[in-house]
Write a protein that binds this ligand. Structure first.
Ligand SMILES: C[S@@+](CC[C@H](N)C(=O)[O-])C[C@H]1O[C@@H](n2cnc3c(N)ncnc32)[C@H](O)[C@@H]1O
Length: 241
């Protein structure tokens, strides 16, 4: 029941965010608030980010086959479109109907396939069908219990030799990390209740816990890239043997 409620809340919030100011909801640059992103500039960020990511993997000696890629939490397809030139087929999956509508509309070449998924898993995809699963700026918004299920399923849908690249928030060491996160979510929930503006919740992991989860799901964690900031980010690279 708890799981279903948090799924519905997530979907409701992201449907609203995707209706009101979708590009800003994806990339929360304060200068772009109020529908001030230029669509071409917005999409160019996705191409640049994917090109850089694939170059980094190659430089680390991690070979990614060019068959099929999945973008989990694809939003408007910013990264899905960036993946398209590099793979035979690319799929984006998202919980938000408005985001998926926007993604389909923005994909002028029709190279990407977008899926609306309101389930707490990736049962819509068969096992072992993707060479790359990418997820940036998504898991940070998903309650950990739900996120754990998706992450385990990302491992399942990867083909042997497939690569997972997933970015998460991690907890600061010490007591302040969890307290800060709890306060943030209290504040966004209260604001949502008062103003009826959708909440963008934040959920952080411990590095040890996420590493353990990915290993139990059958993946080998090969790199962890930290970016410090108000919320510390870690991008995990893991391979399915
Ligand atoms: C900040 S946006 C990032 C979009 C995209 N990854 C990018 O970087 O352009 C977060 C996206 O995650 C989606 N999302 C949130 N919870 C999800 C879930 N449980 N399953 C799939 N997508 C989800 C939201 O609807 C939203 O489109």
């Amino acid at each position: 029941v708890v799981r279903r409620r948090s799924l519905q809340e997530l979907q409701h919030a992201w449907h609203r965010l995707g209706t009101e100011d979708p590009m800003w909801a994806v990339l929360t640059d304060p200068d772009k608030r109020g529908n001030r992103w230029d669509p071409d500039e917005f999409l160019a960020t996705g191409r640049a980010q994917v090109d850089e990511l694939l170059a980094q993997l190659a430089a680390q000696g991690i070979a990614v086959r060019s068959g099929s890629a999945l973008d989990f939490g694809c939003g408007l397809g910013r990264l899905t479109q960036g993946l398209a030139p590099h793979f035979d087929e690319v799929h984006g999956v998202d919980i938000s109907p408005s985001m998926i509508d926007g993604a389909r509309e923005a994909d002028r070449d029709g190279r990407c396939e977008f899926h609306l998924n309101m389930a707490d898993d990736l049962a819509l995809f068969s096992s072992g069908r993707f060479d790359l699963v990418l997820s940036l700026y998504v898991i940070q918004h998903v309650p950990r219990r739900l996120a754990a299920g998706y992450l385990t399923d990302m491992a399942r849908v990867l083909a042997p030799g497939g690569v997972l690249v997933v970015q998460v928030f991690v907890r600061r060491a010490g007591a302040l990390g969890p307290a800060r996160q709890a306060l943030w979510n209290l504040a966004v929930n209260a604001r949502q209740a008062l103003t009826r503006r959708p909440a963008m919740q934040m959920h952080a992991w411990s590095v040890v816990r996420l590493t353990g989860l990915l290993e139990r799901a059958g993946l080998e964690v090969v790199a962890r890239q930290h970016v410090a900031g108000p919320w510390e980010q870690v991008t995990y690279t893991a391979i399915k043997p």
